[in-house]
Design a binder for this molecule. Structure first.
Ligand code: IFM
Length: 455
């Protein structure tokens, strides 16, 4: 992870630098212009689900402020902006009629990016499933796969000629496990069997949508985004090692193997027993569609113990406001391991960032911890590239402070602060650092010292 100006080649010239957001977390305007409700609108109305009892009705009001937000993005000097389309904004019920006003919003947004020299990186599903589909079983229902393919094809038909990239799903693990097993995210279901079936339907809809969008002539790069962590055993004990192998099976191999190898890991299938998914003939071949990229969202490693859960405080490392260990070398480990174990397409780090308690002092936010977090993870990415991993881009999560799901607005991931009373945006020091870093000629971006900050 330690870099010095003399330590080899820098990022390739065409490496894509960006910032990322998602629709529900920033747009607001939750029932404007024909938008239908999503499972997150419903979930926020259920008492006790969101830490500060907030919701996405206004969020960052990006629906009305998109033009000045894109000015901010362009001002950072990034190459690309990763955003998501809200399915119920463009198709209120998730089937049937498409909503012209909803599509106009995204058409203007995409044209606005192009006008500012930004490459649009579009995500189709960042969790806000139309409520009408949930009423019919949501992702547990195999028919939702077909609905998603129709939605994806319509988005590709309208925007596919102008976006650089289309990602089908963001973080299937979160939708499956947090949404359907622990139930701490929408739609709040608590069943392991449901979670496993949901994961299968997400993979299947991914493969079928990519095939369908390509067959209608869409040339955008297509892939999927997974949240992945390297999984370390808490100790050398056989019990902890076995627990770590199981966690790696359920958390990483269950998600990567079907997409890149066209099969589920046999040990996980065996452990699942009666909860194993219903897989129809031909499903696995459809899932293993060739990918133009794999998006990796990395925040932390996972440390697994067979006994009491591992206490992050014993790590001696910095801990973010989410209670997540800061562990940049885990990103290098993860990328090198993926490269070793899988036939990989090019990788993009599609999300990386941290929540810290920011203070506004004289209209400035000195978020040195976030700045170091980002710099050290960029350095960790370069380390992996030097070990032979092909990484084509890096996106900071997130452009703006925003609605952090069950944590509400209290956790701030933005490199731009949002004052939720006034909707004023303020570039934090981390944004100023990123802008400065990106202003340097690309060939000198390896000039970072041991803490990952520029010399
Ligand atoms: O805010 C989320 C994002 O929506 C998905 N990836 C993780 C981020 C931080 O929790």
């Amino acid at each position: 992870m330690t870099l010095s100006p003399s330590s080899g080649s820098a990022f390739p010239k065409d490496f894509v630098w960006g910032v990322a957001t998602s629709a529900f977390q920033i747009e607001g305007a939750s029932d404007a212009d024909g938008k239908g409700p999503s499972i997150w609108d419903d979930f926020c109305r259920t008492p006790g689900t969101i830490a500060d009892a907030s919701d996405g009705r206004e969020a960052c009001d990006h629906y009305h402020r998109w033009a000045s937000d894109l000015d901010l993005v362009a001002g950072l000097g990034v190459d690309a902006y990763r955003f998501s389309v809200s399915w119920p904004r463009v198709q209120a019920l998730g089937s049937g009629a498409f909503n012209e006003a909803g599509f106009s919003f995204y058409e203007e947004l995409v044209d606005g990016m192009l006008a500012r020299g930004l490459k649009p990186y579009l995500t189709l599903n960042h969790w806000d499933l139309p409520s009408a589909l949930q009423a019919q079983g949501g992702w547990e229902n195999r028919q939702t796969v077909q609905r998603f393919v129709e939605y994806a094809c319509e988005v590709a038909r309208r925007l596919g000629d102008r976006v650089a990239s289309i990602c089908t799903h963001n973080e299937p693990w979160v939708i499956a496990v947090l949404g359907h097993e622990s139930g701490i995210f929408a739609p709040g279901i608590k069943s392991r069997a449901a979670a496993i079936q949901v994961a299968h339907h997400l993979f299947l809809s991914h493969g079928m949508a990519v095939t369908a969008m390509r067959s209608q002539g869409c040339k955008a790069a297509m892939g999927i985004v997974l949240n992945l962590s390297p999984i370390n055993a808490a100790t050398e004990s056989e019990a902890d090692q076995a627990a770590a192998r199981r966690a790696d099976g359920g958390g990483l191999r269950w998600y990567v193997d079907p997409l890149l190898k066209g099969e589920y890991p046999a040990d996980v299938l065996q452990d699942l027993g009666a909860d194993a998914p219903k897989v129809l003939p031909g499903d696995m071949a459809q899932i293993k569609v060739p990918l133009d990229f794999l998006g990796v969202n990395y925040y932390m490693r996972s440390v697994v113990s067979s006994g009491e859960p591992w206490d992050v405080k014993t790590s001696g490392h910095e801990i973010t406001d989410m209670g997540w260990e800061v562990y940049p070398q885990g990103l290098t480990e993860l990328l090198v391991r993926l490269h070793r174990d899988y036939p990989l397409p090019p990788i993009f780090i599609t999300e990386n960032g941290a929540a810290f308690k920011d203070e506004v002092v004289d209209a400035q936010v000195h978020d040195g911890q976030r700045q170091r977090y980002i710099a050290n993870h960029i350095a960790a990415t370069l380390d992996a590239m030097r070990q032979g991993v092909r990484v084509d881009g890096y996106f900071v999560w997130s452009l703006l402070d925003n609605f952090e799901w069950a944590s509400g607005y209290a956790k701030r991931f933005g490199i731009v602060r949002v004052d939720y009373d006034t909707q004023q945006r303020t570039l934090k020091d981390s944004a100023l650092w990123y802008r400065h870093f990106l202003q340097k000629p690309k060939t000198s971006r390896h000039g970072m010292n041991a803490t990952g900050l520029e010399l």
